[in-house]
Design a protein around this ligand. Sequence first.
Ligand SMILES: [Cu+2]
Length: 136
Amino acid sequence: MNTKRTFIFVLLALLTIGVVACGGKEKTTDSKKSQPQMMAAHSSDQSHAMVKLPTVQCGMCEDTIENGLAKVNGIVSVDVDIEEKMGHINYDPAKIDLASIENAIVALGYQANETAANPGAYSELPNCCKLPEDQN
Ligand SMILES: [Cu+2]
């Protein structure tokens, strides 16, 4: 008799633990519901810009622009596509705007959208990074 009672008690205890565990799982599901809101908040403080880079020539240009821009305050990420001659830039609009991004690229010696490269910076680029007509 006693053994049977103990068995039933243990069984009830296990069931109770099971219910509590299920309750815990439901709480995890609840906390997942707040994730989309967090993602929305994250994307709202980051903007994406596509900047035309008509004068880039090679992989060195890619490195120069990516590394140079990465040091600028407010720039989150930079990806230069040499084939497309396009820069894909994520930035914090509270810290920097598109005009300032263009100016930073221009200062590195490259045309950015309609803004021409800084002549001094351009003249200091390696030969392979200059326009074909300027290469020796
Ligand atoms: Cu180059």
